[in-house]
Design a protein around this ligand. Structure first.
Ligand code: PEP
Length: 261
């Protein structure tokens, strides 16, 4: 199923303070028109989310949390829950490779987080992808299978339409190394096959799958044109409003579909 909306996510990681984030949003809102065919999602650090949520025009941009804890409340010092993020964000990243590999988050964490997001009306963007070693050793398919089974274990087929999957090969994140379009197409096929196995053909067709890994304005259009790729998850190239806006433009099919702000 070809989706009528492309999704472009900017993951700012641990960059931009409150003032910089607010300025960025102002700049980006001048550069990017409200488009019916593109959903733009910004994932700032958690401390800037509240103020950006008051500043943002939700018809223009949505907000995502980069991370959260899966319990709704309790004695979890330093954590923020999906129930606290409810109403502030519309989306949340789950299982970004930096969470998996730097903070040792497991598939159990992923499945609890995916469920917590859905329970709180937040759409989880479940990130999956193989390491360089796994890639070199032909293990991509197995890794994707395991991460999908692990991450979606608490999700019913009715809930699956709330979930987005991002294919992010770990070796392509923040490295400037571009995954080959053929590798991305193959991985996206594997993901859809596994979703079909778990939830059936309709769900496999319907699920939205993003690609992420060193995407730039130069490579964005190529990835967006790949069969089965519904959007992009962008790290470094989302940190400057004018660069990110040119990636967003690549996702926009025709200026006639622009709406007024
Ligand atoms: C990411 O953070 O998910 C990412 C893809 O980063 P980059 O675009 O910098 O590789």
């Amino acid at each position: 199923m070809a989706h009528d909306k492309k999704i472009i996510v900017g993951n700012w990681k641990m960059n931009l303070n409150m003032h910089e984030a607010s300025l960025y949003l102002l700049q980006l809102s001048k550069l990017v028109k409200v488009r019916r065919d593109v959903e733009v999602i910004l994932a700032p650090t958690v401390m800037t989310l509240q103020s950006l949520s008051l500043q943002v025009n939700l018809r223009q941009f949505k907000l995502a949390a980069q991370n959260f804890f899966w319990r709704d409340h309790g004695s979890y010092t330093g954590e923020v829950s999906a129930s606290q993020l409810r109403g502030v964000v519309q989306y949340a990243l789950v299982g970004h490779s930096e969470r998996r590999h730097i903070f040792n988050e497991s598939d159990k964490d992923m499945r609890n987080k995916v469920a917590a997001a859905v329970r709180n009306g937040i759409k989880p963007i479940l990130c999956v992808g193989e390491t360089a070693w796994e890639h070199a050793n032909g293990e991509t398919k197995d890794v994707l299978h395991d991460q999908l089974i692990g991450g979606l274990a608490n999700i019913t087929s009715e809930e699956l339409d709330q979930v987005i999957v991002a294919y992010e090969p770990v070796w392509a994140i923040g490295t400037g190394q571009n995954a080959l379009p053929s590798d991305v197409t193959a991985a996206v096929k594997v993901i859809r096959k596994q979703i079909e196995h778990l939830y059936g053909a309709k769900s496999a067709e319907a699920i939205q799958i993003l690609y992420g890994g060193s995407v730039t304005p130069d490579s964005a259009a190529d990835y967006l044109s790949l069969a089965g790729v519904d959007g992009l998850l962008v790290g470094a190239a989302s940190l400057e409003a004018h660069i990110f806006s040119s990636i967003i433009e690549k996702a926009h099919k025709g200026s006639s579909e622009a709406e007024e702000d």
